[in-house]
Design a protein around this ligand. Structure first.
Ligand code: ADP
Ligand code: MG
Length: 632
């Protein structure tokens, strides 16, 4: 028999990854074993599922298992599974390219990452971790049901070869199907030629895998079954008090590929109308692709311990896409396609019940472990807030866990809405907020001056998502969300007490307002006397009928909004500058200074708000000429 050997190149992304794997000064080599075993277990899971419809696929051996053999003379370690296997095209595709969305973005991120392997693991290109310990990898594989087996081989540099397997090579496989991966161990990986090291590593990383793993001895020894080195029981089916925190962490790492610890672990059995076991984790670190639109749900769905899918749409809400874990239900049919499963009403019920549980566990975490909750909110808050408009049925529970910065804590401590409401002023009706990208800018916004001086709390909303949910959600416990940069907020009437002594004389400003209106009519909808300013001379606000100004900008960026609303200019009649201008307007409205000052004031208001100036050069000139006169 002559077999043709094809030589193919890795695609560019793989090459760059391999470069990182090979060059990373990384001490934790163990990871490769975790990745290979996790792939082997996945392959078994997938065949177990396919065999429900086609039992012939496993007729050579209905049991699934993994073997690990060490060969001293050749310095090799081989991981063998009798899972689904790969055919020629799958070997080329799966081990030669990265077919994942967001690859480019990941590469970009890797450049600046001190420990790029952290990201590799999360990205799930685990197979290439083999090259941390091996300088050559040989993969023999036969897809279940196929006649032909194939050999893929590569030194992990530029490319790989692929050819038909010889009879002898096929013997490496366990029965008629599956994959055998042989690592030619290099010096950096020599500890993995020590049996005890391999055993320990598997115990650490893979004990919970529900497929038996055998080391150096075949599963069938001729004298009955050999002894697996893992306990091979599905951890999520076991009772909570049998499981140590370390075991939970291992399992988390197995399913998340993460290097972090779980921030929160929820393990429960739902009983009643619908029954399922759930073991869910919230990561400590935000996954790199949390905001990548291509990111899929990552919850693993099992039906009576048979793995069904890890990207079933509808199993979780998109805004809980960072939650990792396993759902195992006996209420779903096994013999149904993954596609139609998506529309099964049981899935909806599982989602509702699971969501309620996660949200109530998070609420509990906020009370039991505030620092952990603080971390959680910092990492995942913006994603959670998507739920406010996406899932009205969970809104109440979501509001319980939502946190905001506010004027009351100088913007460095989170407050909950309940907190806000509990310290509202007696006659305060609304929940005040200001939104923008930049916390520092918000803290110093002229629009909040009046609120601060009256002791009214204003929430700082700095996530883009805030402008979206606020369009849908109008109140919390009957208190309306009200933007402080919009409409004519009548603080003076609300809180008539404190600022009485302030020297304002609104009656003198009629002429000034008239002049400014004419002068700025191209850019400004109206000019009026402000009740929200205390220190600054002017500010811009959105008209009552319009969209909040920051929201308008955000919506435009997202092409959700076309309009062009002119803002309202508010003037502070208590400010010296405005007083002087008012006098000037009375005496000599045609004066050039009048016009220049009006234009300057508008630009100043824009700058404070972080808005672009229509003519920065003109602004600079005007400013310089005023300064010159001021100094001279
Ligand atoms: P991931 O497991 O996240 O997809 P990997 O780099 O670990 O990424 O593996 C790439 C792909 O190669 C897998 O998705 C799978 O299709 C295939 N693969 C790897 N190992 C095996 C195996 N032992 N049996 C069958 N397919 C495998
Ligand atoms: Mg993998």
């Amino acid at each position: 028999m002559t077999t043709k050997t094809e030589t193919l190149n890795f695609n560019a992304d793989v090459s760059r990854l391999l470069d990182i794997v090979a060059n990373a000064l990384y001490t934790n080599h163990d990871v490769f074993l975790r990745e290979l075993i996790s792939n082997a277990a996945d392959a078994c899971d997938r065949l177990r599922y396919d065999a429900i419809a086609k039992p012939d696929l496993t007729k050579d051996n209905p049991d699934f298992r993994i073997h690990i053999y060490k060969e001293e003379n050749t310095r090799t370690l081989t991981v063998i599974d009798n899972g689904i296997g790969m055919n020629h095209d799958e070997l080329v595709e799966n081990l030669g390219t990265i077919a994942k969305s967001g690859t480019a973005a990941l590469m970009e991120q890797m450049k600046d990452e001190k420990d790029p392997l952290k990201l590799i693991g999360q990205f799930g290109v685990g197979f290439y971790a083999s090259y941390m310990v091996a300088d050559k990898v040989t993969v023999v594989s036969r897809k279940a049901g196929d006649k032909q087996a194939w050999v893929w081989e590569s030194d992990g540099r530029t490319g790989f070869t692929i050819r038909e397997a010889t009879k002898d090579e096929t013997k490496t496989l366990d029965g008629e199907r599956g994959t055998a991966i042989t690592l030619h161990i290099k010096d950096e990986g020599c500890e993995f030629l020590i049996d005890e090291k391999v055993k320990q590593t598997i115990e650490t990383y893979s004990d919970h895998i529900d497929i038996k793993i055998f080391q150096n001895t075949p599963a069938d020894t001729g004298k009955g079954e050999g002894k697996p080195i893992n306990s091979a029981s599905a951890i999520w089916m076991r009772s909570k008090n049998e499981i140590t925190p370390e075991q939970y962490t291992e399992f988390y790492k197995h399913i998340s590929h993460g290097f972090d610890e779980p921030l929160m672990t929820s393990h429960w059995r739902a009983e009643g109308k619908i029954e399922f076991n759930a073991l869910l984790f919230i990561p400590t670190m935000r996954p790199w692709d949390l905001y990548d639109p291509g990111r899929k749900n990552t919850m693993r769905l099992y039906v009576r311990r048979v793995f069904i899918s890890d990207d079933l749409e509808g199993l979780t809400y998109p805004w809980l896409r960072f939650v990792r874990g396993v759902i195992d239900s006996a209420d779903l049919p096994l013999n149904i396609s993954r596609e139609s499963l998506q529309f099964n009403p049981v899935i909806n019920k599982i989602r509702s019940s699971m969501t309620r549980r996660i949200l109530s566990d998070l609420d509990k975490l906020s009370r039991d472990d505030p620092p952990a909750f603080f971390t959680f909110w910092g990492q995942f808050g913006p994603a959670i807030k998507e739920g406010l408009y996406d899932a009205a049925e969970h809104r109440e529970a979501l509001f319980k866990i939502c946190r905001f910065f506010s004027t009351h804590d100088e913007g460095d401590k989170f407050v909950s809405l309940e907190n806000y409401v509990s310290r509202m002023k007696e006659d305060q009706k609304d929940i005040y907020y200001i939104s923008g990208e930049n916390m520092n800018m918000l803290k110093n916004s002229p629009q909040i001056e009046g609120f601060k001086s009256r002791g009214l709390e204003v929430l700082f909303l700095t996530d883009t998502i805030d402008d979206f949910w606020l369009q849908q959600v109008h109140d919390f416990q009957g208190k309306t969300f009200k933007s402080v940069t919009k409409g004519d907020i009548d603080l003076a009437d609300d809180q008539a007490d404190e600022n009485e002594e302030k020297d304002t004389d609104d009656s003198n400003c009629g002429k000034l307002i008239e002049e400014l209106k004419t002068l700025l009519r191209e850019d400004i909808e109206d000019v009026r006397i402000s009740k929200r300013l205390t220190d600054s001379p002017v500010c811009l606000v959105a008209p009552e009928s319009g969209v909040d100004m920051h929201m308008e900008r955000v919506l435009k960026v997202h092409q959700k909004y076309q309009g062009n609303i002119k803002p309202v200019l508010e003037i502070n009649t208590g400010h010296m500058l405005i007083k002087k201008l008012a006098e000037l307007a009375e005496k000599d409205p045609a004066n050039d200074d009048m016009k220049e000052a009006g234009l300057l004031l508008l630009d100043q208001a824009r700058i404070i708000q972080g808005q672009p100036l229509s003519n920065p050069a003109a602004f600079a000139q005007r400013m310089a000429s005023f300064m010159e006169r001021g100094l001279g």
